[in-house]
Each structure stands twice: as structure tokens, then as C-alpha cells.
Ligand binder design. Structure first.
Ligand code: MN3
Length: 273
């Protein structure tokens, strides 16, 4: 399923969920009419209402989804199947990456948030911007969780290959050509020593910047050398590619371009203009 579609789906479900609550709580005038209209739109027959709790449990929605651009403290569903990004990223790597590595960041972030009394109804971005005030566990797992939540949405089956519109114009203006941009971005990923991320970000003056961060740091963090709003990020930890590519990180990066979700990168860019 297309990630953008999925984000819209989450927003719709979140709205639906609120209306559902209002309906049962009697909080809203006409809520019954709205609820019935949305039930029909959701394709749920009224006779299937008894199945609704399990449906909602299987499609967890929180108010975080009301904004597609803020990140919650739990894992969103992967917006495609484990094998959707084959052959660029193999199914086994995706499965282990999402269900083990990324799940561990989310779990450890939850522990850190509980210990450090973080209001987890607020976006994770608020914590990252002040991450120097928190523990190393918060920095590593808050970054790890944010980076992966973003990473999954930045990919899709059959990516467009390149951006278009205002983003393409901005990339060509900043880097000369899209090909030069790709070379420089790949270089940032290849030369990141040890584990980390390569980024395309929008700097304070909205200037496009290519950079990289170590470990699970990211450009939103106050401790980051390279600062700005992340538009595109690439995980260059060995766990992201080792099963298929072993030590050949450059081959992984070359193959990754074909699964980049440029639609989503463009939306992030235009929202941040
Ligand atoms: Mn990873």
C-alpha cells in the first residue's frame, strides 16, 4: 500500500475514531449521523459493528496521525509488506529491521520516556529538539525511533526514481543536477564511519543541505552538527543491508534509489517551505 495513502488512511481513521467516541459518549450533536456516514465510507456494514473493537485494535490510531508530519512514541504499521522493496531490500532484512531493531528502539524509548516523565501525547520532535537535556538512552532510542518511523515512509514499492516540481528545481539549483545530488548524498552515506545516517535536509534558511549523523542522531537534535528539517534519510547501519550486501554498503545505496518515495519527500519539502 502506498505510504501516502496509508497516512491519509490513518488521518481518516483517527477522525472516525474520535467520532465513534463522540457517538458513544454523546459529546457531539449530529454525531450519530456523522458516525453512520463515516461508517459507510469506511466500508463497514453496521452488522459488522461488533467486529469494530478488533478492527480498531488492528489499526491503532492516535491523535499523532492527525498530523502526518509529527512522530508519536509507538511504531506505526509498516506501510507495505516485508517483501515490497525487493530486490533493493530483501524481505528478511525488512522483517528483522522493523520487528526487531526498530521495535527495540520504540520499546526503549517508551522506558526512557516513562523514567524521564515525558508527555508522550506530544510529538517526539519536541524531545529531539532539546535532547541534550535528557539521558543517553533518550537520545539513542528517541533518535532511533524517529529515524526509522521516517525511513519506512520514505520508501515504497516502485519509487518514482527522481523528484519533480519545486523540489527538483531546488535540488538542481543547489547541487547543479539531480545526478550530482545523488552522487553527493551517496558519498555522505558511504563515508559515514561506522553506523549512522545520510540526510538531505532543509537548513535554517531553507537551503538544501546534504549531511550525515553518527549512530541514531538526526538533524532535529540540538546536539547535531548538521541541523535542519530532515527531508530524506538513509540508514547506513550494517543491520540495514548486511544480509544481502554484506560489506558492500555502496551497492545497497545504489539499489536504494529505486525505492525512494519521492512523493513523500516532496510533500515534506513543500510543507517546510
Ligand atoms: Mn536501522
Amino acid at each position: 500500500m502506498d505510504p501516502i495513502y496509508l497516512l491519509d488512511e490513518h488521518k481518516r481513521l483517527a477522525k472516525f475514531n474520535l467520532q465513534l467516541q463522540n457517538f458513544f459518549m454523546g459529546n457531539e450533536k449530529n454525531s450519530r449521523r456523522k458516525f453512520l456516514a463515516n461508517t459507510a465510507k469506511a466500508g463497514l456494514a453496521l452488522t459488522s459493528l461488533t467486529a469494530l473493537p478488533s478492527y480498531l485494535a488492528a489499526h491503532p490510531v492516535t491523535t499523532d496521525f492527525l498530523s502526518s508530519y509529527s512522530t508519536g512514541f509507538g511504531q506505526d504499521p509498516l506501510p507495505y509488506s516485508f517483501d515490497a522493496l525487493e530486490p533493493s531490500i530483501d524481505a528478511k532484512t525488512m522483517e528483522i529491521h522493523y520487528t526487531k531493531h526498530a521495535a527495540a528502539y520504540a520499546k526503549n524509548l517508551k522506558e526512557a520516556a516513562d523514567a524521564e516523565k515525558i508527555d508522550t501525547s506530544k510529538p517526539l520532535e519536541d524531545v529531539l529538539k532539546n535532547v541534550s537535556k535528557y539521558s543517553a538512552k533518550m537520545r539513542n532510542n528517541g533518535g532511533g525511533h524517529y529515524n526509522h518511523e521516517l525511513f519506512w515512509k520514505l520508501m515504497k514499492k516502485n519509487g518514482e526514481g527522481k523528484p519533480s516540481g519545486k523540489l527538483l528545481v531546488a535540488i538542481e539549483k543547489e547541487f547543479g543536477s539531480f545526478e550530482t545530488f545523488k552522487t553527493k548524498f551517496a558519498e555522505a552515506g558511504k563515508t559515514r564511519f561506522g553506523s549512522g545516517w545520510a540526510w538531505l535536509l532543509s537548513g535554517a534558511d531553507k537551503k538544501l543541505i546534504i549531511g550525515s549523523t553518527p549512530n541514531q542522531d538526526n538533524p532535529l537534535m540540538d546536539i547535531s552538527e548538521v541541523k535542519g528539517y530532515p527531508l530524506l534519510g538513509l540508514d547506513v547501519w550494517e543491520h540495514a543491508y548486511y544480509l544481502k550486501y554484506q560489506n558492500k554498503r555502496p551497492d545497497y545505496i545504489d539499489a536504494w534509489w529505486s525505492v525512494v518515495n519521492w512523493d513523500f519527500v516532496q510533500q515534506r519539502f513543500e510543507k517546510n517551505l
